[in-house]
Design a protein around this ligand. Sequence first.
Ligand SMILES: NC(=O)c1ccc[n+]([C@@H]2O[C@H](COP(=O)([O-])OP(=O)(O)OC[C@H]3O[C@@H](n4cnc5c(N)ncnc54)[C@H](O)[C@@H]3O)[C@@H](O)[C@H]2O)c1
Ligand SMILES: [Zn+2]
Length: 370
Amino acid sequence: MTTSAGTERPLAHTRVIDAGSYRVTVAAGLRQQFARVIAEAAPAHHYAIVSDDEVAPLYVEPLTLALAAHAPVSVHVVPAGEGHKTRDTWARVTDGMLDAGCGRDTTVVALGGGVVGDLAGFVAATFMRGVPVVQCPTTLLAMIDASVGGKTGVDTAAGKNLVGAFHPPAAVLADVETIATLPLPQRRSGLVEAIKHGVLADAAYFARIESELPALLDADPSVTLETVARSVEIKADVVRADEREHGRRKTLNLGHTLGHALEHVSGYALLHGEAVAIGMVLEARIAERLGLAEPGTAERIQGLLRRAGLPVARPPELPVDSVVDATRLDKKARAGRVEYALPARIGAMAGEDSGWALPVDDQLVHEVLA
Ligand SMILES: NC(=O)c1ccc[n+]([C@@H]2O[C@H](COP(=O)([O-])OP(=O)(O)OC[C@H]3O[C@@H](n4cnc5c(N)ncnc54)[C@H](O)[C@@H]3O)[C@@H](O)[C@H]2O)c1
Ligand SMILES: [Zn+2]
């Protein structure tokens, strides 16, 4: 079927998740309706689309044409990759918007993965002291994680995400068909966060991912749709309960204390999801050693990640000492012990009494890494 800006293809199935102040809409083919939904959720006199140079050639033109029926549109394309999630790029996009005549009545549209989402979100948070942003995520990671929760920001030489703002989107629009063009390693890496959501909140969801893994890796639209929707529900529930990360939101850090350390020591050769996959297995093992997790929890997580083609053990070229040292760079380090979010079993986290953050001695971390 051919579609143009004026004719909308009816969608077979749409899921809408209430994320508090905004809604997340997930559907296959939703990009045909992006412009209309953006214009409804965040009406403006100018739309500034921010995308990167890998996503823009695939998806920016139809959106630009369709949005132009509502108001003037400017397109701001940044180079792809985490290396460009910087203040420098923020300044270039912001200057580009000023040059294009954007004012206070502008809506920013983030079209891309988590890098574009975080960057464009931060541009929106700061432009004219804050204008609306609509997140249109095109990676699995961005759909189920980065676009939900309102965190935006950029990296600095001192570390990732060190400068930013809370700026919840006006809406999140996820077209799961866009996952078909996403390279397999990126798809796998995004799946890790979905598996994490199963571990931390929903055993039945974890089991569903186990049985639907081949379809997910294949980017099957209806299986991807249900997975994105369930993950968004879980993340939105957790975030709603704890918008500013004083308590339950810490459970979302499962796999990330060691994951971030491994990512850092690898010089970012490991993809985020790959590092978190290893981190999740090792942290589940720590939880078992501490008697916090049901025996077999780490084994089951490891089995699923391995079947998904993800790494599950520390790469030997990353020295144990360096990884342990790197856990101290984490914001969660306190007085000689580093805090972890640890599982109790598949579907539940440990540590409710201690605010979901459990201090672990370096010695034990050493042993598990070795
Ligand atoms: N704000 C949050 O709460 C939050 C949560 C998790 C992660 N993040 C951030 O998200 C970022 C990682 O996001 P990511 O994994 O999406 O990486 P990314 O944005 O770099 O995208 C990965 C690669 O895929 C390409 N791509 C994107 N969509 C595509 C598509 N549909 N088809 C083909 N290619 C496509 C991109 O150009 C890029 O090269 C990190 O900066 C991380 O800090 C933020
Ligand atoms: Zn993550």
